[in-house]
Design a protein around this ligand. Structure first.
Ligand code: FES
Ligand code: FES
Length: 151
């Protein structure tokens, strides 16, 4: 058993400490908003927040995050999260949607640390989040839109 603090609640998860956090979130706790893409920390589909920072849950073992604050797309709150969600809806960013929870979680981390990111800041910060539908232009515009809403 591993005790995981996810979205403000502690779950005793029946998992080996070596289990990837993504498996625990999706398969043990049925929080399916966080997606499996590559399983090798290469695509960003599985991005969650650990102690407020974006992290790739496919490549983090549950035994290493016991006691940390884990946040998934289902539980992320606050004015930055609200601004990002609002901008995503306003600009109709999503196409198939598969990558988007990871994109949103990463964008929230970006805007939490940089309230006025430039195009270059956005490209640098978001480049590891792959979108097979090619929504990059709308993602960038939505991050600017969210930044504007936060001022
Ligand atoms: S599934 Fe984790 S980075 Fe691709
Ligand atoms: S919206 Fe389809 S993979 Fe990004």
């Amino acid at each position: 058993m591993v005790a995981l603090n996810i979205n403000g609640r502690v779950y005793d998860v029946d998992a080996d400490p070596e289990m990837p956090l993504l498996w625990a979130i999706r398969d043990r706790l049925n929080m399916t908003g966080t997606k499996f893409g590559c399983g090798r920390a290469l695509c960003g589909a599985c991005t969650v927040h650990i102690d407020g920072e974006a992290a790739r849950s496919c490549s983090i073992m549950v035994g290493t995050v016991a006691g940390k604050q884990i946040t998934t797309i289902e539980g992320v709150t606050g004015k930055v999260a609200d601004a990002v969600r609002g901008a995503w809806q306003k600009l109709d960013v999503v196409q198939c949607g598969y990558c988007q929870s990871g994109q949103i979680m990463n964008a929230i981390t970006l805007l939490s640390g940089n309230s006025k990111p430039t195009d270059a800041d956005i490209d640098l910060s978001m480049e590891g989040n792959i979108c097979r539908c090619g929504t990059y232009v709308r993602i960038r515009a939505a991050i600017h839109e969210a930044a504007k809403a936060l001022t």
